[in-house]
Design a protein around this ligand. Structure first.
Ligand code: ZN
Length: 222
């Protein structure tokens, strides 16, 4: 009997053949080892597939995704991904990637009950509460979503920088930087929030500059 997922299995075989035709050694090479330069921490949203939107093949990005791209200091899953990526794979860049119109972020703004996931989204609520002044000054809900998506990414970058993994890596002189991106579902473009942290000492300044830019973009005073 054919699998109910036969169409996916067929697509898989066709994709494998195409890859092999383009590069006969592709799978053999990848099977030996992975050596990605990037760790991607993004949202689980099906519309934001890491390698596809930066046009990279398998093997180039180590990926951690969860609802609303949260980096929580008590989430063993995310902390382990960061530790493995930095200590073992020696990635050079960690990208925290939010996306405009994020449903998790919107649920926070709407104060909507979705179930168990509400507990997870409390992390995003904390970001909203921290920046209530800036968010409260925005009338249009779509713009409020935009701003909270960006603020959430900025705060999660700080959370990455404050992990023991990053602090230890920087202390021993390992070159690894953390960046803030926000992806647009509307046109497929990534917006670089221009926050690039390369050291423990630089975290505070990078954070304050990023928040300052948010105020300037919005044209409001603190
Ligand atoms: Zn999302």
């Amino acid at each position: 009997m054919a699998s109910p997922l036969q169409s996916l299995l067929d697509s898989n075989r066709a994709w494998s053949n195409t890859m092999r035709n383009q590069d006969p050694d592709f799978f053999e090479r990848l099977a030996q080892q992975q050596a990605p330069k990037y760790l991607w921490i993004g949202c689980s949203d099906s519309r934001v597939p890491a390698t596809q939107i930066v046009d990279l093949p398998p093997g180039e990005i180590f990926v951690q995704r969860n609802v609303a791209n949260v980096v929580s200091h008590s989430d063993l899953n995310c902390l382990s991904a960061i530790q493995f990526a930095v200590d073992v794979l020696k990635v050079e860049h960690i990208l925290v990637v939010g996306h405009y119109g994020c449903g998790g972020v919107q649920a926070v703004l709407d104060d909507r009950r979705l179930g168990l996931v509400d507990n997870w989204l409390r992390h995003v609520s904390d970001v909203a509460i921290k920046h209530a002044g800036m968010l409260g000054a925005i009338d249009l809900m779509t713009l409020r979503n935009t701003r909270l998506c960006e603020l959430n990414v900025i705060e999660q970058v700080v959370n990455v920088c404050q992990t023991t993994t990053l602090m230890d890596a920087w202390e021993r002189g390992q070159q690894v930087s953390v960046h803030a991106w926000c992806y647009s579902l509307a046109d497929g473009h990534i917006n670089d929030l221009d926050m690039h942290v390369t050291s423990r000492e630089g975290t505070r300044t990078a954070y304050e500059s990023a928040i300052e830019r948010m105020f300037i973009v919005q044209g409001t005073m603190r």
